[in-house]
Write a protein that binds this ligand. Sequence first.
Ligand code: NAD
Length: 479
Amino acid sequence: MATEKSAVFIIFGGSGDLAHRKLYPALYNLYKTGDLKEHFAVIGTARRPWSDDYYRGTVVDSLKDIDDDEKAMEEFSKHFFYQSHDVTDSDHYIALKKLASKLDDQFQTGHNRVYYMAIAPRFFGTVAEHINSEGLKTDGFNRLVIEKPFGRSFDSACELNSSLTKTFSESEIYRMDHYLGKFMVQQLTRIRLKNRTFEKSLNNKYVSNVQVTLAESLGVEDRGGYYETAGVLRDMVQNHIMQIIGAVAMDEPAKLDSESIHEVKRDVFASLKDLKPEEVDKNFVRGQYGEDDTGSLKAYRDEDNVDPKSNIETFVAGKMMLDNDRWSGVPFYVRSGKRMPAKSSRIDIVYNDAVKELGINPNTTVTFLIEPENGNSILVNGVDYQEGNQDFLKFPEDPKYFSQEREAYENLMIDILDGNKIHFTLWDELQNAWKYVDVIRQQWDNETPDFPNYMSNTMGPDAASELLEKDGNSWIWDD
Ligand code: NAD
């Protein structure tokens, strides 16, 4: 049984893509499960002069693909209010404050507030500062949710963080990494705690290498402008890939609570083996997609809002090492790219021979399929773990274990309302991730790549395979 939660959500960027594709469907599903019921309201803000009714119509439209219960959608949308808003205009925050406090009374939300930054990153600091100067914070909880990207480098992340912390303490800041809301990433931690053999196997005695792949089949679509400022290194490696490595490599937490988990995760990021500028080219490969072999898919440089001479990477593969007792000597191979042959997010854990002493067949590979497969998605040597002939991963007994799955944004929304920071990125973790990625970025910015260097619908440049071959390894997920 769901416990009802209460808050006024203020969604900055309430007319945008993220709000409509992810946030409203997530809130609606929580409404249907009873996690949100009577005591909540949502204020959407954006520049356009919309009425509440018009806004509610857009909210209902965003739900059409997930439900046909018109009555429930209608009732749900009555909790939504619109406030036209320019992020730099102080008067608008005063109006917002009045509306929020009226809704506090109307819906009895306990003065709890979730401030959600679904706007361009350049506005994050300005909005937070106005929340402070116009006195929007209340005596209930006040939680600030920040979407990616959190800065473009270590220095800019520090700048952003210091502007946010003038208004919100670290404990009030929820840095979204939606991969941490994904079902199989969350299961990985739970399974580690439940399955002693699996937990015992995760170290340099038994693991030959770990591979994290976040592959997309699409190109940049209509986000060329954004992508030109980011590239896959900033867009995927600095945040999602680092956080997944944290979940695989962390020591066993004392408990399944936020403090214990972040304590062991923090150690992982602190033990990232320093990368020197002269080591970048040996350990990291970058790529940019060209056309496909039929010429029907555009090259990146021909996409809308992309510089025809752009040197932005759409593919990265790399080898990262951890300098700690548990993982020293084990390569963590990471890879992410656009226009790869399929969408696939996965973690492959490749064992060595010694693992037989744990009752696991030598050279076994265990794969966590994060997406697109959902639910029952663990493979042992490429076969569903329940159908294989090895017992060590026959867990858990309850076949329904994998069926209680929520979408990433729903999981994370519940965590925000519960004040649970397990699945959010903390500031010290983020700093170490940026410091590592900055070395690569700076080195790449000093060299001119020979782009495009892979065709659309392929596994990226050949150098990505050679990176592993040099070590006598190969990618488990290959076309
Ligand atoms: P979007 O362009 O679709 O929406 C931006 C919103 O900001 C709109 O509601 C717009 O009206 C509002 N806005 C713009 N200028 C404003 C101003 N001066 N004052 C007040 N409001 C203003 O963007 P999006 O794709 O929804 O992305 C929002 C944020 O979420 C960005 O930080 C983005 O990086 C992040 N994000 C988006 C996605 C996604 O899937 N769309 C995924 C991850 C992170």
